[in-house]
Design a protein around this ligand. Structure first.
Ligand code: PAF
Length: 283
């Protein structure tokens, strides 16, 4: 596995890969890799000849007071995991490479970036879109793989690709969960034993919502109420939001009687740890 930390070297290497006819698959990450990330890498391997994984904890997507400084990092462990997954290139730029002095050009997604996560993290998707756009320009991938856990992020990236004519395929891979249903996240390491014990309630609540829809409930407010009631049963959980949206357009649904896939998503704080999760219900 080749390790590259300079933007210009990555650009040159990507050019060479393309010139030799290789299909490049990119998996952008912030490191501290878990099985969820590795499932994205495996998906990328299936559809490309050379997989590039980027590890960059992107300061632009963290607001002041969020967990940028304490975000977990373990680059040596990440390297050996990626090596054993047959990754061609690990791209690990520093902050100065990605955001040199006087950096001042951002990609600002509008509309769908102000709902759900955007209501609580107003500059988050500007940071995500900017760094992902830069990675697309640097790595020149034919395809990039993202995780369904960040449902809104994936929708915003697809929109950005359409709007700005990036010439690549976006693949969204399913959520990987622990045995007890907790969605894998690098942030799970922050949870105290009690919080970790309570956290699987998120998936249980989402499953209840899915069952409600399948038994004929169509009122979004009733579905949200049931999810919130279930989560409130755990004393370490504090809800930021539970929402019911169209799974493709993110339009808020008051009724699920549209026949379209429904995205039920939530963000819940356990102590200082904020977890997100979601489920798509096909009707
Ligand atoms: O999903 C993530 O880990 C990040 O938001 C991403 C896509 C790597 C951009 O920093």
């Amino acid at each position: 596995m080749k390790i590259i930390s300079s933007v210009s070297e990555m650009q040159i290497f990507a050019e060479e890969l393309r010139r030799s006819g290789k299909r490049i698959g990119l998996v952008p990450t912030m490191g501290f890799l878990h099985e969820g990330h590795l499932s994205l890498v495996r998906r990328a391997r299936e559809i490309s000849d050379a997989v590039v994984v980027s590890i960059f904890v992107n300061p632009a997507q963290f607001a002041p007071g969020e967990d940028f400084e304490r975000y977990p990092r373990d680059i040596e462990r990440d390297k050996s995991l990626l090596q054993s997954e047959g990754v061609a290139v690990l791209f690990t730029p520093g902050s100065g490479e990605m955001y040199p002095q006087r950096f001042s050009t951002y990609i600002i997604p509008e509309g769908i970036s102000s709902v759900l996560e955007g209501k609580f993290r107003s500059t988050h998707f500007r940071g995500v879109a900017t760094v992902v756009g830069k990675l697309f320009l640097i790595v020149q991938p034919h395809a990039a793989v993202f995780g369904q856990k960040d449902a809104q992020q994936s929708i915003i990236i697809k929109q950005m690709v359409r709007d700005l004519n990036f010439n690549l395929q976006i693949i969204v891979a399913p959520i990987v969960r622990e045995q007890d249903g907790l969605a894998l996240s690098s942030r799970n390491v922050y949870l105290s034993p009690e919080e970790r014990n309570d956290a699987p309630i998120l998936f249980q609540a989402l499953q209840k919502a899915e069952a409600l829809i399948h038994t004929g409930e169509t009122d979004a407010a009733a579905i949200i109420h049931e999810v919130e009631k279930t989560i409130r049963g755990k004393k370490t959980a504090a809800i930021d939001y539970v929402a019911v949206n169209d799974a493709e357009s993110l339009t808020e649904m008051t009724t699920t009687q549209t026949g379209r896939p429904v995205l039920i998503s939530l963000a819940v704080r356990f102590g200082k740890t904020r977890l997100i999760d979601n489920i798509i219900v096909q009707q």
